[in-house]
Design a protein around this ligand. Structure first.
Ligand code: S3P
Length: 176
């Protein structure tokens, strides 16, 4: 049984999930939560340290526990980590209570938005553009399972946020 009471943003790193999520939360009067921040809190360490010291498997297990803990919540805008929907069960769990909106961007845009950041272990690669292309290709089938896909390439994130809010309001109205 599905009842949409939250808005979840999924998609690759650098597609604008956190920025768009913060704007949408402020406008909807919802609380903004970021699964990366919740994992860091439960791990008691940064994502980079968690990957380095415990490995990606441990990070993914913490991420799934965070997803489960969100199930009873409402009036949330949830920004999800880029790989979260790849782990079996996570997308299904979120879908039960959240509209799943995927933000999409091409590899060059993603590189431009992420290249000066060092907190994403998966992009700490000698050839980050090739890594982005590889991961995007692997993940595309998962991202396509969203309710709605919105392109954030070459568009101000504020405009993307307006479109996300519009889609959310329409979904909630349809359910009522
Ligand atoms: C990851 C994306 C990151 C973070 C971790 C792994 C991924 O989140 O969860 O570094 O697998 O794509 P953002 O998408 O918020 O950067």
């Amino acid at each position: 049984m599905r009842r949409i009471r939250n808005l979840a943003l999924m998609g690759f790193m650098g597609t604008g999930k956190s920025s768009v999520g913060r704007i949408a939360a402020a406008e909807l009067g919802f609380e903004f939560v970021d699964t990366d921040a919740l994992v860091e809190k439960s791990a008691g360490q940064s994502i980079a340290d968690c990957f380095a010291q415990q490995g990606e498997g441990a990070f993914r297990a913490l991420e799934s526990a965070v997803v489960q803990a969100l199930a009873p919540r409402e009036r949330l805008v949830i920004a999800t980590g880029g790989g979260l929907v790849v782990t079996p069960g996570n997308l299904e769990s979120l879908r039960a209570h959240a509209l799943m909106v995927c933000l999409w961007a091409g590899p060059e845009t993603i590189l431009r938005r992420t290249q000066h950041h060092t907190h994403r272990p998966l992009l700490m690669d000698a050839d980050p553009l090739a890594k982005i292309r590889e991961l995007l290709a692997l993940r595309e089938p998962h991202y396509r399972r969203a309710d709605i896909i919105i392109n954030s390439d070459h568009r101000p994130l504020r405009e993307v946020a307006q479109q996300v809010i519009h889609q959310f309001m329409e979904s909630v109205a349809r359910e009522a």
